[in-house]
Ligand binder design. Structure first.
Ligand code: AMP
Length: 284
């Protein structure tokens, strides 16, 4: 497994492997890898000749400096997990390598970046768009993999790739959850034992929401009920709970193509999750 710390090393690795027609799959991450990331990496390895993973904590997507400073960094563990998963190359640039000058690029994200995470974290999605566009230019992948855990991010990257006419297939990957239903996240490592146990409540609420939808309740009733569940649970400080269309990400009262989106603080850590509303398979 090749470790590249500069753009020129990464570019020359990819141009070498592309000479013989290899298909390159790419998994961008901020490191502190967990089973959710590794599931995506293993899929990428299965579906492509070459798998490139980036480990880069992107400062310009953090609107809260404390969150940036507390973001877990576990490079040597990440490297051994990636080696075992069959990754071909890892890109670990420094901040100076990615941003030699102050970043000024502003992307039009077609309104997808103004709601939910975008409304709560001003500038976040512009930072995501900037770093993904740069990484796409450097790694030049045929396919790039993004988790549905960050569903709004996935929608924005799809929009950007289409808008800019980039020749990259964006591949969505389902949310990987632990045995209690909690969506895996690098931020979970910051939770104490009790908060970690309590955090699985997020998925329980999403399941209740789907159950209510299947019972014929309308969106406003479901939303009220789910918000009440969070507000009555002393562990949680709810940021938002929304029912939004899976394509436009706009609030909707039509449940056919809708998803639940939630962001909540627990023990000072902000967690996000989402779920397709009418998903009968997960209702057992
Ligand atoms: P991050 O390092 O948090 O930026 O995540 C890197 C990629 O892994 C993103 O596309 C995330 O959506 C994806 N990801 C993170 N956690 C999960 C999870 N539990 N299930 C599926 N994808 C995930």
């Amino acid at each position: 497994m090749k470790v590249c710390r500069t753009i020129s090393e990464m570019v020359s690795f990819v141009s070498d492997v592309k000479i013989n027609g290899s298909i390159v799959g790419f998994v961008p991450t901020m490191g502190a890898l967990h089973d959710g990331h590794i599931d995506i990496v293993k899929r990428c390895v299965r579906e492509n000749d070459i798998t490139v993973v980036s480990l880069f904590v992107n400062p310009i997507q953090f609107n809260n400096n404390e969150d940036l400073l507390k973001y877990p960094r576990t490079e040597s563990e990440d490297l051994s997990l990636l080696l075992n998963a069959g990754c071909s190359a890892v890109f670990i640039p420094s901040v100076e390598e990615m941003y030699p000058d102050e970043e000024t690029m502003i992307y039009d994200l077609g309104g997808l970046g103004d709601v939910m995470e975008g409304a709560c974290r001003p500038g976040h999605f512009n930072g995501v768009a900037v770093v993904c566009h740069k990484l796409f230019n450097i790694v030049d992948p045929d396919r790039a993999y993004f988790g549905e855990k960050d569903f709004q991010q996935l929608a924005i990257i799809r929009y950007m790739v289409k808008d800019l006419g980039l020749n990259i297939e964006i591949v969505p990957h389902p949310i990987v959850r632990n045995e209690s239903g909690l969506a895996m996240s690098s931020r979970n490592a910051r939770l104490g034992k009790l908060d970690l146990q309590a955090a699985s409540f997020i998925y329980q609420v999403l399941l209740v929401g789907s159950k209510l939808a299947n019972m014929g309740k309308v969106a406003s009733e479901i939303e009220d009920c789910c918000k009440d569940m969070f507000n009555l649970n002393p562990y949680f400080d709810l940021d938002y709970f929304e029912i939004a269309d899976s394509n436009t990400l706009k609030s909707t009262s039509t449940l056919d193509n809708a998803r639940f989106f939630v962001a909540a603080y627990i023990g000072g850590v902000r967690l996000i999750d989402n779920k397709y509303v009418m998903d009968r398979l997960q209702m057992q």
